[in-house]
Design a protein around this ligand. Sequence first.
Ligand SMILES: Cc1cc2nc3c(=O)[nH]c(=O)nc-3n(C[C@H](O)[C@H](O)[C@H](O)COP(=O)(O)OP(=O)(O)OC[C@H]3O[C@@H](n4cnc5c(N)ncnc54)[C@H](O)[C@@H]3O)c2cc1C
Length: 609
Amino acid sequence: MSNTVVIGAGPAGLTAAYELSKLGVKSTVLEADQLVGGISRTVDYKGYRFDIGGHRFFSKVPLINQLWDEMLDEDFMLRPRLSRIHYRGHFFDYPLSAKNALQGFGAIESLLVGLSYLKAKCIPNGEESNFEQWVSNRFGVRLYNIFFKTYTEKVWGIPCTEISADWAAQRIKNLSLTEALRSALIGSGGKTKDGQIITTLIDEFKYPRYGPGQMWESCERILADKGNETIRGLRAERIRHKNGRVECVYARSDSGELVEFGGEHFLSTMPLRELVNCLDPKPPGEVIRAANELRYRDYLTVVLVVNRESIFPDNWIYIHTPEVKMGRIQNYKNWSPHMVPDSSRSSLGLEYFLWEKDDEWEWPDERLIELGIKESAKLELVEPSEVEDGTVVRMKKAYPVYDQTYQDHLAVIQRYLATIENLQTIGRNGQHRYNNQDHSMLTGVYAARNIVGESYDIWGVNVEKEYHEEGELETKTGGDRLVPSRMVPSEEDESNDELIRAAFAKLDPVAMGSAVGLVGGIGLFLATSALMIAGGPNVGANLKLLGNYLPGFDASWIGAIIGGVEIGILGFVMGSVGAGLRNWSMSAYTSFVKRRAEEKLSRDILDKV
Ligand SMILES: Cc1cc2nc3c(=O)[nH]c(=O)nc-3n(C[C@H](O)[C@H](O)[C@H](O)COP(=O)(O)OP(=O)(O)OC[C@H]3O[C@@H](n4cnc5c(N)ncnc54)[C@H](O)[C@@H]3O)c2cc1C
């Protein structure tokens, strides 16, 4: 009997098995599909290889970078990145640059964009509760419509007026306060605080020679070499538990056979909604209801094989043109030349973001390919006659949706699952979290280590750590990528402002005035008194000069009191005015820092959608 049963051979499940194997624990991985890699798979169609979307490999977690290098070695390449925005016949640089945008618009549209920007700056919308208002206030309505509205709505299927402004504002929270200050003062010089070049993430990324699936096929092979099984084509459909422990998993094979897998520990990467509904006996009604309320955005790729050596230089293009449904287009040959079997051909992946209930989801492949050809021609990227072949891949539950209620539902499910001691849920849909591969993998590593007695907080991966001692600020809802939520009143901005307020704590003018006045007044009184007590032929000759400025002051006991009071009053006025001026300049400076940081980060928002 294998010690651990892992459900799902995506990055999280395979990494967990890999870490377990290093720790000397055997595992069996059950995979419903005929491919490993989950959403990070590579599909092979007649030698043309393509991703679900495009999978860049980058991580700020050193352990994950080390694991990728171990799993793939020299087939892990560093690739250049180019991705532009297509809008009504024009290509715009990405990240956005004002100069290039204005060139693309032409004179009249540039003027209108400029006027709309000026209007936003002079007469901003007083309310900033939704995404549309937030972006329009910073860029003007016209730029918002071109660069933000269409793409965001295509990806999320929610009108921007219903997306909370927090979603956009959240980006500023990824900046550490010290970094924001440093960049405002001396410029960041393109480096993060740990010295990495920021542009690295934007301009280059790592990628397996034959696509992301190669990483996971390699991991599966390494596992097999060490005596761990990965079984494809087995869908877990019943998880039997008793007295707070899972006893076994029943999985159905493609041929319909039900196979039982017992074990001591169980890890699941299947979507939480499915997991809860597989439990036997069933959890209480409120847990099932919570699970059934979790929502997912689905996704499909239309792949076109095109008889042209080079179509465009980008790895991918964001399609903002509102006249087509396509949201993004991938050119796999530019990710890696090894993704096509014939260098005189190219293969494009046209990405459509859908709900399963949308009509297009049910369309036959031929109709979707036809749509893809028509839209590519409309964008003037491809001539229909150049398309030689095509295929469609549907990926259900590609994006866990963060709506207004998901956190409450998640809390109910989490509380219940915590009662089953030998079951851990990991990965993207396993935790209903908008993780990239790295964070999905990290949950796998932690779960494996927990099995051998450590106690990592798996639910704490990719979650905001609030403001902690080192002065860092991180996001709360989690995810390097941002997921919009429908509008809810937020305490996030307040806590951010709190932080800035704490860092630049205001001086109380009355307290400051009183302190300066008291110190000055008492100081003068004591100095005069000391000279009086010391005595001599000409007491306090120098001090007497103060009498020119302080009426009634001289080197006598009465003079000391009058002078002390006068200095006290003068000190109070100077102290409170000084505190007021300091508060005003700090507040102007923090607004400047915040605004500059926001503007800098707005440039790469699309990467995070
Ligand atoms: C369009 C798109 C682009 C992306 N781009 C990037 C990127 O550039 N870089 C990056 O790092 N990440 C990217 N990601 C995220 C990345 O794909 C995921 O983080 C990662 O695949 C999650 O791994 P996982 O193992 O948690 O889940 P999954 O990849 O979903 O794997 C889960 C596996 O479990 C299997 N399974 C489910 N139910 C059962 C069951 N009942 N029985 C048995 N098996 C089951 C599934 O078939 C699947 O193989 C992207 C995601 C999308 C949708």
